[in-house]
Write a protein that binds this ligand. Structure first.
Ligand SMILES: O=P(O)(O)O[C@H]1[C@H](O)[C@@H](OP(=O)(O)O)[C@H](OP(=O)(O)O)[C@@H](OP(=O)(O)O)[C@H]1O
Ligand SMILES: Nc1ncnc2c1ncn2[C@@H]1O[C@H](COP(=O)(O)OP(=O)(O)O)[C@@H](O)[C@H]1O
Length: 492
């Protein structure tokens, strides 16, 4: 998405399922144990437009927990010293995904992080019975009690550093972006609602406006997280037009480029020591699986705290499969859950009015699961999602030709589902061959065992007995094969 360091970034609830997965806030002085299956929070508070000049502002009627306790900008363990931000804002801002250049990040900052956000443990049980009833059919998770002290703090896997703050009540503040706000608002009235973090309006903290949304991690205990950028194109057609009209070569992007491949820039770019953003974005698309599969892995954070954003060159199916398999630790149930969730998402996307009428670029799917086997997938990041001028619509599968604004989102999702299906098939056949081997082994054991019982009836054994080669305990090793063959022969 687009971002600025402190002011509004140039740029609309999680559905019933999400709502139902959310544990309610709980007062700190009460029990520090919360139930995942506890009643869901109240319906999204009514948004009140407070309209200050310049920005259409909205506030909650019950945002008491939001603006108190200002926090420093959060720093993910995934962060590094990369370059980031747009030309005007690169100073002071870092892009978390830049840590791709260093690969695995240390996991040590988690605890400190949690201390910084005591609000994470400060939850209030304000859910209503009607909400619980409304949502009970949406949840297929079994009740799990999670001691809060064991919960890992919120973590940002990729994206723009300094863009997020936790609100301390299972909500997240993301730096205000007008176009993202519009999208989130619209999505709350769309069939896609269950696949998007619940949106709670705009709020202000320390002179900065934020879009307030559900923290999807708050449904999980020590979650594993994966961010996959969807679509075959990662820049807007609008950006392409702008780049042609007013080319603004970027030094930061040139540096990110040569950090991955010193030979990537053209001679001209080498002289300029700068590249156009659209050129950089295209290079990233072809270097990764975006161009060939219509999605790419941006980052993975595992429950052990390790965080890997080193996927810039993860391009081929086999590499993607390897990364996915590692993400789920080869857990077939998780693979199946994710495949199921993506299939559901695809069905809903194909029906969604919002989706049909928006160019969805640079948006990610956030995959989250934990040890209990719970798994969820949500659409996030609508900073570069733009509405189509009516009556134009998109199918999201047709190849992009400049002017048609197709983004390849569904094509990517089809490919993603196919990969998971392929992985499940391999796991299935491995399971079958393991079962077959096990069966053969068991049969051998039974036959060997049984052969010692039946040797009296086997002609071979009789021969052995008469030749004095018979052992009281049964056949000796070298003779066993003959013995079994004899028994089998007798059975026939
Ligand atoms: O992943 P790397 O290689 O670091 O490149 C980033 C991502 O493409 C960002 O997209 P996302 O936010 O989806 O991660 C994009 O932000 P935009 O989405 O604003 O285009 C950044 O552009 P700048 O923010 O202009 O640097 C660009 O530098
Ligand atoms: N609603 C959310 N709940 C939990 N984590 C989130 C949520 N939205 C974003 N994140 C985290 O922040 C990262 C970046 O999010 P994104 O919206 O793409 O930010 P940016 O616009 O800065 O790229 C994601 O990879 C994820 O780790």
């Amino acid at each position: 998405m687009t971002k600025t360091p402190s002011s509004a970034a140039p740029c609309p609830r999680v559905g019933d399922m999400i709502q139902s997965l959310h544990w309610p806030p709980q007062p700190a002085q009460q029990s520090r144990v919360v139930a995942l299956r506890a009643p869901p929070p109240p319906p999204p508070p009514e948004l009140v437009v407070t309209c200050e000049p310049g920005v259409a502002q909205t506030e909650h009627r019950n945002t008491s927990g939001l603006s108190c306790g200002s926090q420093a900008d959060e720093e993910s363990q995934c962060s590094d010293s990369g370059f980031g931000g747009s030309p005007a804002s690169s100073l002071g801002l870092r892009k978390l995904s830049d840590c791709s250049s260093v690969g695995l990040s240390p996991s040590s900052s988690f605890e400190e992080y949690e201390e910084e956000f005591p609000g994470n443990t400060d939850r209030k049980d304000t859910a209503t019975r009607s909400d619980a009833e409304k949502n009970k059919n949406m949840v297929n998770w079994s009740p799990v009690v999670v001691p809060l002290k064991e919960r890992a703090p919120w973590v940002q896997v990729v994206g723009h550093a300094g863009n997020f703050q936790t609100a301390g009540d299972g909500k997240l503040l993301k730096k205000y972006c007008a176009s993202e706000q519009q999208c989130l608002q619209r999505l709350m009235d769309d069939v896609l609602q269950p696949f998007v973090p619940r949106y709670h309006g705009v709020t202000r903290r320390d002179e900065q406006e934020y879009n307030l949304m559900d923290d999807l991690l708050s449904f999980f205990d020590s979650p594993c997280i994966m961010d996959c950028k969807m679509g075959s194109r990662t820049y807007l057609e609008e950006e392409l037009k702008k780049a042609r009209k007013h080319p603004q070569p970027r030094k930061d992007m040139y540096e990110k480029m040569i950090a991955v491949d010193p030979e990537a820039p053209t001679p001209e770019e080498k002289v300029q020591q700068a590249v156009l953003k659209t050129r950089y974005m295209q290079w990233r698309e072809t270097l990764s699986s975006t161009a060939t599969l219509g999605f790419r892995i941006e980052g993975i954070k595992k429950s052990d705290g390790s965080c890997n954003t080193n996927f810039k060159r993860t391009k081929y199916k086999e590499e993607v499969v390897q990364a996915l398999d590692d993400f789920v630790d080869s857990n077939v149930t998780l693979l199946r859950n994710y495949q199921q969730r993506l299939k559901e998402l695809r069905l809903v996307l194909e029906k969604s009015h919002f989706f049909r009428t928006h160019e969805v670029v640079g948006s990610s799917l956030l995959f989250v699961h934990d040890q209990s086997g719970r798994a969820g997938v949500w659409m996030i990041d609508f900073g570069k999602t733009a509405s189509m001028p009516p009556p134009l619509t998109l199918d999201h599968r047709s190849p992009w030709v400049e002017g048609n604004r197709e983004d390849g989102y569904l094509w990517g999702l089809d490919n993603f589902i196919d990969l998971l299906t392929g992985m499940l098939a391999v796991h299935g056949s491995q399971d079958k061959s393991h079962t077959a081997l096990l069966l053969v082994y068991l049969v051998c054991v039974v036959v060997l065992n049984w052969s010692t019982q039946c040797h009296h009836f086997a002609p071979e054994c009789k021969k052995l007995q008469s030749s004095g080669m018979w052992h009281e305990s049964g056949c000796s090793k070298p003779q066993r094969r003959n013995h079994i063959a004899g028994c089998v022969h007798m059975l026939k």
